[in-house]
Design a protein around this ligand. Structure first.
Ligand SMILES: Nc1ncnc2c1ncn2[C@@H]1O[C@H](COP(=O)(O)OP(=O)(O)OP(=O)(O)O)[C@@H](O)[C@H]1O
Ligand SMILES: [Mg+2]
Length: 272
């Protein structure tokens, strides 16, 4: 892994907080096998995510970001290596992990409220409690006026807000997000990023966020893993200076632009 020498003198230093390991990945390798060949999508990928941390993975198309997230979600087995959540080896999907995908994955025949309550209904949560939870999360994502709307009546940004609310309603320990704002226009994307940060600060969820947008990764995260393709590996780990995003118009600030340039040069090209 390459070390990145950054000048953090202009931004406040990171707080020293005792951290609890949430995800631990050691030498995670994924090989897709077909009749004709074996394809190494992830090659000995090691990383960690602490409790309440916001960590992004950024990298070009095909570097294995979605594969990695699906493995963490338990939707895909790893070929070699170890991956544990809260000290337990991952063995299939679980309610401890909530997923939000790029493509809108709401149930089209269910209303906003019913979508958000879906996992709670499966768990048999009593109606009174279920309503209180969906009210809370509809409020959080600003959709309380759309409780009865169907997904087809919503914009892309609104659908993703429902998807986020639905994932959060199950009170997951970890939110796994695969390019959730990738299909949104720039303005909607910006407001969704700010909303996600507000939610993260309030709900104290651990977030693993996948994107190929470097700016998005720097803006949202506390740490960023930069990946590269052929085969998919982690190239470097970047600690985002604490307090960076408290600056007004942070994305135009000197510290932010400098950091972004350094990450782009690290990747070697601008993959957007
Ligand atoms: N089920 C599969 N069978 C065979 N190959 C696969 C499978 N899923 C992914 N791959 C291959 O593994 C590599 C990594 O795919 P993955 O979808 O994880 O990349 P990604 O970083 O998410 O890309 P993107 O940014 O385009 O979403 C790609 O070359 C892809 O073709
Ligand atoms: Mg992907």
């Amino acid at each position: 892994m390459e070390a990145l020498n950054l000048d953090y003198s202009k931004v406040p230093s990171s707080e020293t907080v005792k951290s609890v390991r949430k995800i631990d990945a050691v030498d995670v390798t994924k090989v897709y096998s077909t009749k004709k060949s074996n394809f190494v999508a992830l090659d000995r990928v090691s990383f960690h995510v602490d409790a309440h941390e916001f960590v992004s993975f950024v990298g070009p198309s095909g570097c294995g970001k979605s594969s990695l997230l699906r493995i963490i979600a338990g939707l895909e087995p790893l070929t070699m290596g170890n991956l544990s959540i809260s000290g337990h080896e991952i063995d299939g999907p679980g309610a401890d992990r909530g997923m939000v995908f790029q493509s809108y994955t709401l149930f089209p025949w269910l209303s906003v409220r019913e979508n958000i309550e879906f996992g709670l209904t499966l768990k048999g949560v009593p109606l009174f409690e279920k309503r209180a939870i969906s009210d809370h999360f509809m409020e959080l994502v600003g959709l309380n006026k759309f409780a009865k709307s169907l997904p087809k009546e919503l914009s892309g940004g609104m659908k993703q807000r429902v998807a986020i609310a639905r994932a959060l309603a199950n009170n997951p320990e970890v939110m796994l997000m695969d390019e959730p704002f990738g299909a949104l226009d720039p303005q909607t994307k910006n407001s969704m990023q700010e909303l996600l940060l507000r939610i993260w600060e309030k709900e104290k969820t651990t977030v693993v966020f996948i994107t190929h947008d470097i700016e998005e990764a720097i803006f949202l995260s506390q740490r960023v893993y930069v990946m590269q393709a052929h085969p998919g590996t982690i190239r470097s780990e970047i600690v985002i200076p604490h307090g960076l995003r408290e600056v007004e118009d942070v994305k135009d600030s000197e510290a932010f632009v400098k950091l972004k340039k350094q990450v782009i040069s690290l990747i070697g090209h601008h993959d957007e």
